[in-house]
Every structure is written in structure tokens, then in C-alpha cells.
Ligand binder design. Structure first.
Ligand code: UGA
Length: 453
């Protein structure tokens, strides 16, 4: 099939490269000439494992091209995917002007029976509204508007596309459903289920899926708080509940609150849609507040742990591992609060470019150990593998203080304590209990230094 993707951002680019890999003839368009020029030269301007290789391979075989001439490319396409930005405003509502503008721009040029596919995350009812825009612009009803939400995670976007749990097709007519089924036929042939439904349901599926995943995270973070009070270990609790297949193990890792470009924005939009339609979503409203409060609460903990005017190293500024994205990352809330409290903040991230622009007045380091040198407190905020495998003996040696706050629970508490570090995970049991359970006895445990006053 001949496919055009409008928008060469994270979703547009991944979708383009993967659709080309499925055998389609894909043209990815963007109004940003510099970005397109870079892509034409095979340079992928975002950090996503495997994407540069896939883009290069598809350019090479001639199935993927890039252009700024959107309307020209769209005029011969069977399907045009809109993957443009949908930023959110203060109220949580999302701004659909880029979607509307793209639909208006291409509508008069599309061939008869073409299908516009909404890939951008949009509020319920958008596909039907855009259909109205397109019909009015063309003066006839021969172009369909479908919905095909994406479920890609940054850092694993290609496998999330190629080995999706399901493909959701929202179509209000048989022809657009057939076009989308044909596009995804290679994946369906590999056994990936296709959920075909009306556009309104497809749009709701996207928001409800993200809201439910975010709720799992919010729930386990609350359980982590309780574990701390009663001497439990949230990793054991998550394992125990997650093995119930009805619950599932994923999205039960306690952490510093969810961030990124999707969960915070999509939960706000979901809540706002509910309010607007007289069907409030109180669970999600509470979740949003809890998630913000969590970041503030952890900042307070760090401030309480560090000595006055002390030095704090933050390891990890990206909102999660394997991405350079810092949108709504915990570090963006926590670092300024530490600085306001008079602490000197030293930062490290393996992919620091985005964060460096936003956290300019902190001290940046090229290595985790250099950031941790002379630190009174070291805080892990992102679960990069590099931090999982940190040499704790080296860490203990370069630090001035002893406090290691692991807000991703990626460090072995006993190993940290054996190095004389005062380890605090999130919602994790005091070491003495764990040692007793394993029959080692409290006496066998290394002494855990108290936090400096
Ligand atoms: C999320 C969804 O997982 C994708 O399915 C969806 O397509 C995407 O949003 C989107 O709507 O475009 P993403 O934002 O890339 O993907 O990241 P996730 O891996 O879902 O993580 C989101 C946040 O939750 C991160 O801050 C992460 O650290 C946090 N998280 C995740 C936890 O705190 N605990 C967990 O167990 C899992």
C-alpha cells in the first residue's frame, strides 16, 4: 500500500519505519525542513534503540522516503496517517489544532476512497469531527477517517509495534476497516489480534489503557508507602500480586511517580473529558494529584536526608531508562526544589542532552561516579542499566556521606549495606528482617550508618 505519515516526531517516525518494514511504500512528511533533510541523510534526530538502523535499512531498500511536500505526497496515498502533536493546556484539555490543520491541508488533494488514519492521541469524538472537516472541504463524502491508536513505549517502540499485544482499528465504515486490516495483515498473519471497532471506542481504548496502566503505578506507589510504615517490601508484594494473571506483573514497579509525554497528559485529558461529558473520573483525578504529590514528597525526603547546604548527586534525569526524553520527568520537579533548599545538585544521565537544556544551573557530569564524588547523598531517579551495575565499592569510596536513595529499587540493599552505605529504597523492608528470615541473624548484618543530621 502507498502510505503517507504526517509528522516525523517520535510516533510518526517509528510508525513510518515499521510500516515500511511490513512492506508498504511509505513517505514520512514534516514541515520542519531541517529535520527532513537530516532524515533524508539517514540521521534520526531522536534517541530510540534500533530506530536509526531500521530507518537506514528502509531508505536503502527504497520503501521509505522523507519530504516536506505533504500535500503532494498525500495526493497519491491510499492511507494518510496523522501523527502530529497534540499538546495539552492548563486545564488538561488537548490542543487539536495541528490535527485539524493537517486534515484541512490534505483534504482537497486526497484521491477518492483514501483513508485518513488518526495516530495522534486524540479525545473521543475527534475522528468523527475530522470527518466533518474533510467532507466540508472536499464537498463530498468519499474520504474516510479512521482511528488507529498507538501503544508504543519510548525505548521499546519498535518491538511494541512489531510484536504488539493487539492492533486497535477504529473504523465507522467497512472500507476504512478493510484498508487498515490490509495494512496490518503481515502482523495479523503472525498471530497479533486485531480489535476492530468504531472510532469512538478506539479513541477511548487509548485513553483508558494509559489511565489503567497509570493507576497500577499509582496504586503500587501507595502500597510502597504502606510497606515503609509496616516493614514490608513492595517488590515482594508486587511479585506476589502480579503473578495473579488477572493482575499481571507489569507496571507494578514503585518509583518516583510516572512521567513522560503520555501518562501525565493522557490522564489529564481523560479526566477533563469525563468532566466535560458529565461522567467524572474520580479515580483518575485522585491519581493525578497523588502523582504530583509523590514527586514533592520525595524531594522533601532528600532535603531531610541531606545536611544543610550539602551536596546531592542525582543519577538519571530522563523520565525512564532508554530514552533521552525528560518530559514530566521526576528530576524536573525534584532538582529545582533541592536547589531552592540550598543544596548543591550534581547530575548525570547517559542521555543528558534534553535535560541539560532544562536544568542548566545544576552541575553536569560525564560519569555517575564523578557526579557522586563528594556527595552527601546519592539519589537514583532513572532505572538505567548503567546504575544497576554501579560498582558500589567505588561509589562508597568517592562519596562524602553514606546515604544512597534508590528511587527505582534497582540496587541490592544488602550489597549496598555491605559497602557501608545507608541504603533506602522505596517501600523496602529494613535489612535486619530480611537477614533474619534467611537465617543469618541480625548480628551478621553490617552496621548501617545513620543519616547525617
Ligand atoms: C506509555 C505506554 O506504556 C504506551 O503503551 C503508550 O503507547 C505511550 O505511553 C503513549 O501513550 O504514547 P511511555 O510513556 O513511553 O509509554 O512509557 P512507560 O514505559 O509506559 O512509562 C511511563 C512512566 O511510568 C515512566 O515515568 C515510568 O518510569 C513509569 N513507570 C512505569 C513506573 O513508575 N512503574 C512501572 O512499573 C512502569
Amino acid at each position: 500500500m502507498k502510505i503517507v505519515v504526517v509528522g516525523a516526531g517520535y510516533v510518526g517516525l517509528t510508525t513510518s519505519a515499521c510500516l515500511a518494514e511490513l512492506g508498504h511504500e511509505v513517505t514520512c512528511c514534516d514541515i520542519d525542513g531541517q529535520r527532513i533533510a537530516a532524515l533524508q541523510g539517514g540521521v534520526v534526530p531522536i534517541y530510540e534503540p534500533g530506530l536509526p538502523e531500521l530507518v537506514a535499512a528502509q531508505i536503502e531498500v527504497g520503501r521509505l522516503q522523507f519530504t516536506t511536500h505533504t500535500t503532494k505526497a498525500a495526493s497519491t496515498a491510499d492511507a494518510v496517517f496523522l501523527a502530529v502533536g497534540t499538546p495539552s493546556d492548563e486545564e488538561g484539555d488537548i490542543d487539536l489544532s495541528f490535527v485539524d490543520a493537517a486534515a484541512r491541508a490534505i483534504a482537497p488533494h486526497l484521491k477518492r476512497d483514501a483513508v485518513i488514519v488518526l495516530k495522534s492521541t486524540v479525545v473521543t469524538g475527534t475522528a468523527r469531527r475530522v470527518k466533518g472537516i474533510v467532507d466540508t472541504s472536499r464537498g463530498r463524502r468519499d474520504v474516510a477517517v479512521a482511528s488507529n491508536p498507538e501503544f508504543l513505549r519510548e525505548g521499546s517502540a519498535i518491538s511494541d509495534f512489531m510484536q504488539a499485544d493487539r492492533i486497535v482499528i477504529g473504523a465507522d465504515d467497512a472500507r476504512s476497516e478493510a484498508v487498515l486490516r490490509e495494512i496490518y495483515a503481515p502482523l495479523e498473519a503472525r498471530g497479533i489480534p486485531v480489535v476492530a471497532t468504531q472510532t469512538v471506542n478506539a479513541e477511548l481504548i487509548k485513553y483508558a489503557a494509559n489511565a489503567l496502566l497509570a493507576l497500577k503505578i499509582g496504586f503500587i506507589n501507595d502500597v510502597a508507602d504502606l510497606c515503609e510504615r509496616v516493614g514490608g517490601d513492595v517488590t515482594a508484594v508486587a511479585d506476589g500480586i502480579g503473578r495473579d494473571k488477572r493482575i499481571g506483573l507489569s507496571f507494578l514497579a514503585a518509583g518516583p511517580g510516572f512521567g513522560g509525554s503520555c501518562f501525565p497528559k493522557d490522564t489529564r485529558a481523560f479526566a477533563s473529558t469525563g468532566r466535560r461529558h458529565g461522567a467524572p473520573q474520580p479515580l483518575i483525578e485522585t491519581l493525578i494529584e497523588q502523582n504530583e504529590a509523590r514527586k514533592l514528597g520525595l524531594a522533601t525526603r532528600i532535603i531531610d536526608t541531606a545536611p544543610r547546604k550539602g551536596r546531592v548527586a542525582i543519577l538519571g534525569t530522563s523520565f525512564k531508562a532508554n530514552t533521552d526524553d525528560v518530559r514530566e520527568a521526576a528530576a524536573l520537579t525534584i532538582v529545582p526544589l533541592l536547589q531552592q533548599a540550598g543544596l548543591s545538585v550534581h547530575l548525570h544521565d547517559p542521555q543528558p542532552d534534553g535535560a541539560k537544556r532544562l536544568l542548566q544551573d545544576a552541575v553536569w557530569h560525564d560519569t555517575a561516579l564523578s557526579a557522586a564524588s563528594d556527595a552527601d547523598v546519592v539519589v537514583i531517579l532513572t532505572e538505567w542499566d548503567e546504575y544497576r551495575t554501579l560498582d558500589l565499592a567505588d561509589l562508597a569510596q568517592v562519596m562524602r556521606g553514606r546515604d544512597l536513595l534508590d528511587y527505582r529499587n534497582i540496587i541490592d540493599a544488602e550489597r549496598a549495606a555491605a559497602m557501608g552505605l545507608n541504603y533506602q529504597g522505596l517501600g523496602r523492608a529494613p535489612l535486619a528482617f530480611e537477614a533474619t528470615r534467611r537465617g543469618q541473624g541480625i548480628a551478621a548484618m553490617p552496621r548501617v550508618a545513620a543519616s547525617p543530621a
